[in-house]
Design a protein around this ligand. Structure first.
Ligand SMILES: *Cc1c(COP(=O)(O)O)cnc(C)c1O
Length: 374
């Protein structure tokens, strides 16, 4: 069994994907061009925002957003303590200071109360200016974007929605990547919408922001390629990846629905035995991960060992809170305690998951877990 099987999807759609890739090869144009602009249009349309700028990966997407807002030294950026490293990494990269905020045990997403406390702490105890909230939609479920927006409005902060794991997620009838002043996603192969290499995108409704993002992602270009008006990056999506994504986008909605059916089956078979993921009412997850929590670290070890013995892969997302990462040690400001993140990091376990997962495999995973707990 594979942790996230990408081959089944490819074999199912092999003909259309091969044809699309071959068309790019035959065109002889590998950077930019029609597939990229067409993809940007389709993605903006799917999400329901005005502008989409495709870029090289989800980490660059976050950096591009911070650069477009000119975030830098003496600026504080609030980041959940439970997330992939990128969400925090880009903050010192632009010279700003990350402030880590606790998450909910139930949803694994940012706890607005902890966020508010962290903002107050920064205002009263540091010489930093609170500027940005990185609102991560972890494992596929949107964060509580309404509550986050209220705090942002109250303190005059910008919201950067990091939807790298949650493309296709929804709150009510609104899609992820539409909740931030700027929102980002990743097309890393194992993300809900993945390409065959690295890829990412930035979304915004703000015309001025979109223009700056377009410039920054191609060396700070001005009127043309050799007119450079600011320091930027080289962060473009390859034409061939855009061609793959255009094909995958056609059946993406079906896949998100299929993911939700797989999750419901896991729920049914694991409820009561372990803590299953809680999806809030009115929300749809796009299931980058199906993550359970065990009673304690020892129980998690037992489960991992049993799964391994049964030939089933599993993964710990994430073993370490952001505030404990060595990379942040030099400038760490502990504004709030992150006990829930510590709790989750000791107990969480992500199970094999993909839209084409067969019942027999789901049953095998659940049976192995139940065996470990007996
Ligand atoms: C994967 C991920 C990123 C980074 O995306 P890349 O395309 O791998 O650079 C950023 N944030 C989160 C939450 C992620 O899971």
């Amino acid at each position: 069994m594979e942790f996230r099987d990408l081959k089944t999807q490819y074999l199912k759609h092999k003909e259309t994907i091969d044809t699309a890739m071959q068309k790019v090869l035959l065109s002889g144009h590998f950077i930019g061009g029609e597939p990229v602009s067409q993809l940007e249009e389709k993605l903006a349309d799917y999400v329901g925002v005005k502008h989409c700028i495709a870029c090289a990966n989800g980490t660059d997407a976050l950096q591009l957003a911070l650069m477009a807002w000119e975030i830098g030294p003496k600026d504080a950026v609030f980041v959940p303590d439970l997330t992939f490293f990128s969400s925090g990494e880009v903050v010192p990269l632009v010279g700003a200071v990350p402030i880590f905020v606790d998450v909910y045990r139930e949803t694994y997403n940012i706890d607005p109360d902890s966020l508010r406390k962290a903002v107050e702490y920064v205002i009263h105890n540091t010489d930093l200016r609170p500027r940005v909230i990185v609102a991560v939609d972890l494992f596929g479920q949107p964060a509580e974007q309404q509550a986050i927006r209220e705090i942002a409005d109250q303190y005059g902060l910008l919201v950067l929605e990091d939807a790298a794991q949650a493309f296709g997620g929804m709150i009510g009838d609104k899609k992820t990547c539409s909740f931030g002043d700027i929102s980002t996603t990743s097309f890393f192969p194992a993300k809900p919408l993945g390409c065959y290499g690295d890829g990412g995108a930035v979304f915004t409704d703000d015309d001025g922001c979109a223009e700056r993002l377009r410039s920054i992602h191609v060396h700070g270009k001005g009127s043309g390629k050799y007119d450079n008006v600011r320091i930027g990056m080289n962060s473009r999506l390859d034409t061939i990846q855009a061609a793959v994504l255009l094909q995958k986008l056609q059946f993406f909605e079906e896949e998100v629905e299929a993911c939700n059916r797989v999750a419901a089956k896991y729920d049914e078979r694991l409820r009561g035995a372990v803590k299953i993921p809680s999806i809030l009412e009115n929300m749809r997850s796009s299931w980058a991960q199906y993550t359970i929590c065990l009673k304690d670290g020892k129980e998690r070890e037992q489960v991992i060992a049993q799964l391994q013995a049964d030939g089933i892969p599993s993964a710990v997302y994430y073993p370490k809170p952001m505030h404990r990462q060595t990379a942040f040690a030099d400038h760490l400001i502990e504004a709030v305690s992150c006990e829930n993140t510590e709790y989750i990091c000791e107990r969480c376990l992500s199970l094999p998951f993909h839209p084409y997962m067969e019942d027999a495999d789901i049953n095998a995973v659940c049976e192995s877990i139940r065996k470990a707990l007996r």
